[in-house]
Design a protein around this ligand. Structure first.
Ligand SMILES: [Zn+2]
Length: 294
């Protein structure tokens, strides 16, 4: 390999690393204004502002929020929207995963809120300390769990579930069993085919296992981390597409095809989200999984 090619490759790899470290980072056009959407019985989800979608549930004495925004300013804007609906204070924040666009705005919440996350999510937030976009280290999760946590907060029944590393190593799905609503974070983000952050332990086999877990939930509305509210029909169609695409990549790798040849067979889901963050595509991540040594 010529020295020029080595340098070019090193630059590409460095660019890839900085992209993969960027974590669901909003780029491009200015953020949409906040929109608060009512689902049912005191359950809402929001889109807009800086960062991913969020959710909130008005309980007897307080409010439970699902995910922060990416900046404290945007989280305070969300709190102002919540205050238009209820004067009750936010007492609990539940995190879907450690990506910056879901946790870096935690410092916009009042000090002393209870923050609940899967234990690997907390580890990833701690590990982000030395990164370019660290999670606020004075707002780390105060309560963690491994696979399941069932709680009643302010009279609201809440079930948290984690199966295996999928989008990241610490994904949480929040289920409201009485309302039959689930908040899936980026596990149910269908705007980017299936998105896995390999550098955080995310992987396609885990995504498939987790999506099967999600499909077994007794719910009929699945709020995504980006995009809208999905149904079981859209989620099972996506699961089938992901399984078929993964099998195809596996088969082409076994036949000695190059990454470029495999990418050429990708469908429209593979296209990056317009104006959104740039991450390795599903094909790139799965190709790595099937070709990595050891
Ligand atoms: Zn994410």
């Amino acid at each position: 390999m010529s020295i020029r090619r080595v340098i070019a490759l090193a630059l590409v790899m460095a660019a890839g690393l900085s992209v993969s470290a960027a974590s669901c980072f909003a780029q491009g056009p200015p953020p949409e204004p906040f929109a608060v959407n009512h689902i049912k019985d005191g359950v809402y989800w929001t889109r807009g502002g800086v960062g991913g979608n969020t959710g909130f549930i008005v309980g007897k004495d307080g409010v439970i929020v699902f995910d922060s925004k990416m900046t404290s300013v945007s989280t305070r804007e969300m709190l102002a929207e919540i205050a238009k609906i209820t004067p009750k204070p936010v007492t609990h924040v539940i995190l879907s995963h450690s990506d910056a666009d879901h946790v870096n705005g935690l410092s916009g919440f009042p000090k002393g809120v209870t923050i609940i996350a899967q234990e690997n999510c907390k580890k990833e937030m701690e590990a982000s300390k030395s990164s370019t976009r660290p999670a606020p280290q004075d707002y780390l999760p105060t309560q963690t769990y491994d696979k399941e946590l069932n709680l009643t907060i302010d009279g609201v029944r809440v079930q948290l579930r984690h199966w295996v590393p999928a989008h990241t190593s610490g994904d949480t799905v929040m289920i409201l069993p009485d309302e039959k609503i689930a908040f899936g974070g980026d596990l149910v983000d269908l705007t980017q085919f299936a998105l896995m952050h390999a550098q955080k332990g995310g992987n396609s086999a885990g995504w498939i296992t987790s999506m099967k877990g999600i499909l077994a939930i007794d719910a009929n509305a699945f709020v995504s981390g980006h995009g809208g509210v999905e149904t079981k029909a859209t989620l099972s169609a996506r699961l089938a597409a992901v399984e078929a695409r993964r099998a195809k990549i596996k088969e082409m790798v076994a036949a000695g095809k190059s990454l470029d040849e495999i990418k050429a067979t990708a469908g429209p889901e593979e296209k990056p989200h317009p104006g959104g963050p740039v991450f390795p595509t599903f094909t790139e991540v799965v190709y790595e999984e099937f070709t990595k040594k050891g």
